[in-house]
Design a protein around this ligand. Structure first.
Ligand code: ADP
Ligand code: MG
Length: 247
């Protein structure tokens, strides 16, 4: 199968004053184009470390990271990122924040086209009418919606999200899950979603990669069943005592 992201045998330790701190051990992951992989694991198990390796910000001690058939050796511009605390520029409007990546990767694109592209996404996430507001005028959930638009406005080859909904209350978080599904229906993209929320991983992931252990390794890879009736997603093995114990 053609995988857009492939992580093979990635092992990594941080060098600390007290010696090496092994964080990831023989991690494997393969995400086909258009799929959503959810990586779930307890705090401190190395999830953010994994994002830095996938985006090329750090090199693994061992193993390889492949994006679109190319070995990742340095930071990639074609990776979109979303974080728990979205950094929106306060002096820019929401529209101008969303447009930002286009200014960098497509400087010759006419302003009207950039705006049209940004507005299309803002509409999909329910922010029409807020495009001229400043970030500080929006709620946390709305800011995260805007930051998701900004992360995909330039159609990156892959979107990496590091606990994007972690700071939101439970109701807002579930709203955002619906929004993610709506976005995906219109804008197919490949993504790695990092989370410590099991429900979120099952709701949003096409596959769920469970990390645990010290150093952390891939414990399970679970395929999620999509019910045709839009009902709750079911997954075998996730709620077993063995898995519950790990998380
Ligand atoms: P997670 O995102 O799953 O909470 P992290 O990848 O942030 O986990 O961290 C994994 C482990 O590596 C933790 O024990 C953390 O303290 C340690 N760590 C993270 N970044 C560094 C760093 N730059 N230098 C040394 N240790 C680090
Ligand atoms: Mg983290």
């Amino acid at each position: 199968m053609n995988h857009l992201i492939e992580i093979k045998g990635v092992t990594h330790a941080y060098q600390t004053p007290n010696g090496p701190l092994p964080v990831l051990d023989d991690l494997n992951l393969a995400v086909p184009e258009g799929e959503f992989a959810a990586v779930v694991g307890p705090s401190g198990c190395g999830k953010s470390t994994l994002t830095r390796l996938v985006t090329g910000l750090m090199k693994p001690d061992q193993g390889e990271v492949w994006l679109h058939g190319q070995l990742v050796k340095s930071p990639r511009k074609t990776v979109g990122m979303a974080f728990q605390n979205p950094v929106l520029l306060e002096w820019r409007t929401i529209l101008d924040n969303v447009i930002l990546p286009l200014e960098i990767v497509a400087p010759s694109m006419p302003r009207a086209d950039r705006e049209a592209r940004a507005m299309e996404l803002l509409d999909l996430v329910g922010l029409t009418g807020f495009e001229n507001k400043r970030p500080s005028e929006l709620s946390g959930g709305m800011r995260q919606r805007a930051s998701l638009c900004r992360a995909i406005v330039h159609k990156p080859e892959v979107l990496i999200m590091d606990e994007p909904f972690g700071a939101l209350d439970a109701f807002t978080r579930e709203d955002l899950w619906q929004t993610m599904h709506a976005l995906r229906a219109q804008e197919p993209f490949t993504a790695v979603l990092i989370t410590h929320d099991l429900r979120e991983s099952v709701y949003l992931g096409d596959q769920v990669i469970v990390l645990s252990g010290r150093p952390a390794t891939t414990q399970f890879v679970l395929d999620v069943d999509y019910p045709d009736d839009g009902g709750l997603r079911k997954i075998d093995g996730l709620y077993t005592p063995q898995c519950a114990e790990m998380l």
